[in-house]
Design a protein around this ligand. Structure first.
Ligand code: NAD
Length: 479
């Protein structure tokens, strides 16, 4: 559960305070900050569904934080603790995230109060389709204006139901596939979307570890290999993050925290085995290959190099921030560190890679999917074979000129045209690297900025302020 008991403010208020801090650091007009912080529109929807012989009324929200660029984009969350405050706060994070990752979308978020584990698949389909109809008939599901994506409690399956509902309602819309992203590849999705957040976290960490002066700030040694990580949440984001970091970068995942507790092993866990156990049993308890403890949240305080909260917001709060012993916190989840905890951790010198940067891989690949749907053509279709021909010509020229044969493995690499997944990964890597460079530049050029979060917020609010200024809504931003 989201833990607000140690906090004096709500989730959305915490996000707003982060904007205020960045406004001060950037010397931005406070009036502009007021415009930026305001959530443009939020709709609460209550709708009935007949289930198991009786009527159940569900409550959901769609919040559009900013529509300066369209469509407004955001995840659709299915969870028991969803609230209007949380949905508005998360929609604001989406606006800032899109600005930092240079994605031409506004920020939005949807939520439905439901515990998906309590429903059968056909019941979930019925509820999701009904929610989608309610959104669509108010124009809050539309390829041009409002485009949801998966988030906590939803996946490509729910997105397929939503796309199908939209198609039934608007069969004449030629861009119908683009009404939602994160769809299965067979239903208009894009390869690489499911694992996009985890891959993005990996690319961001690889970039971070390319800069010794950044590592020094965190007191970390060179190289990702052998770093000891603790991960909270083994859902879509946590699993893919843990999988790629452990399998491809040799990061040692020493603890995985889930709802019912934690499994840990100093030698490093096999992420795939833990995930399989969780899928089969619905809990970590009983996992034979590591130690288990029901005290999950206490494991956030384990001594480690990298702590990756990848479950839900407000997990590191005023009540436990003093006890965190990680050198680096990587916010794969949205809002896992509260404003008050952030201030404490900063004072303690703990370095944080913030959510609005680190988990932007999801919306980045969603952007690719949306663009693919609008263009009605997969990426690389026109150039793949052409690239192969060019590669073959380069090889022939090289071998003619040198009189030597290029080794077989290099030959394959040079000749091979990029697949759609190669292009998606390349675009994602580029986005994560470029955004980190922007964050570093912001810190270099502004002596008031001492942490990555404030730097990321400064970039985001300056971009939003520029856009609002161009529309005549705020005073000119300082250059
Ligand atoms: P998910 O539903 O796939 O997984 C969430 C996991 O967290 C589940 O395994 C759940 O059991 C676990 N969990 C829930 N409460 C917990 C607790 N108290 N302690 C430990 N584990 C707990 O959701 P997801 O898509 O992986 O999203 C996780 C986070 O990442 C959310 O904050 C979400 O907003 C954010 N995010 C998701 C995406 C995306 O594309 N899916 C994109 C950006 C950010």
């Amino acid at each position: 559960m989201t833990d607000h008991k140690h906090e004096s403010m709500s989730f959305r208020e915490g996000v707003d305070l982060m904007v205020d801090r960045a406004t001060l650091a950037a010397g931005l007009d406070p009036d502009a900050a007021c415009v930026i912080k305001a959530c443009d529109a939020v709709l609460q929807i209550k709708f009935p569904v007949r289930l198991r012989g009786s009527i159940q009324v569900f409550t959901g929200w769609w919040a559009v934080h900013s529509a300066h660029r369209l469509p407004a984009k955001g995840g659709l969350r299915f969870a028991p603790q969803v609230s209007q405050d949380e949905t508005e706060g998360l929609s604001a994070l989406m606006s800032y995230k899109c600005a930092i990752a240079d994605i031409p979308f506004g920020g939005a978020k949807g939520g439905l109060v439901i515990d998906p584990a309590k429903y059968q698949i056909d019941e979930l389909a019925e509820i999701t389709r009904r929610f989608a109809r309610e959104l669509a008939r108010r124009d809050l599901l539309n390829p041009a204006t409002n485009v949801p994506a998966p988030d906590m409690g939803t996946s490509s399956r729910e997105m397929a139901w939503i796309a199908d509902t939209y198609k039934t309602l608007f069969p004449e819309d030629v861009n119908q596939d683009a009404c939602v992203t994160g769809k299965p590849v067979s239903r208009g999705g894009i390869p690489g979307r499911t694992e996009a957040v985890g891959k993005g976290v990996q690319f961001a960490l690889q970039e971070f570890f390319r800069h010794p002066e950044e590592l020094e700030k965190a007191g970390l040694s060179d190289g990702l290999s052998g770093q000891r990580a603790v991960i909270q949440g083994l859902g879509n984001v946590g699993y893919h993050t843990a999988k790629y970091l452990s399998e491809e970068d040799q990061v040692k995942v020493i603890a995985i925290i889930e709802r019912d507790g934690v499994v840990f092993s100093d030698d490093g866990l096999n992420v795939h085995d833990v995930r399989q156990h969780l899928a089969e049993h619905g809990e970590l308890k009983g996992f034979q290959k590591a130690e288990y403890s029901p005290q999950g949240s206490e494991a956030l305080e384990l001594e480690c190099d990298i702590l990756i909260p990848a479950a839900l917001e407000s997990q590191i709060h005023a009540g436990n921030a003093m006890n965190i012993r990680a050198s680096l916190i990587v916010e794969a989840a949205n809002g896992p560190v509260t404003y008050e905890a952030d201030e404490i951790l900063q004072r303690r010198g703990v370095v944080i890679l913030p959510d609005i940067y680190i988990n932007a891989g999801g919306v980045t690949v969603s952007y690719f999917e949306w663009a693919r749907n609008i263009s009605h053509m997969r990426f690389g279709r026109l150039q793949r074979r052409y690239e192969e021909l060019r590669g073959t010509s380069y090889l022939a020229a090289l071998e003619n000129m040198t009189g030597k044969e290029v080794p077989r493995d290099l030959r394959t690499e040079i000749v091979r045209g990029a697949s759609e997944l190669d292009l998606v990964r390349s675009g994602l890597d580029d986005t994560m690297r470029a955004a980190f460079q922007d964050i570093r530049d912001a810190m270099k050029h502004n002596a008031n900025i001492h942490d990555y979060r404030t730097a990321a917020y400064v970039i985001a609010i300056q971009k939003l302020a520029r856009s609002y200024y161009d529309m005549g809504l705020v005073n000119p931003p300082e250059e």
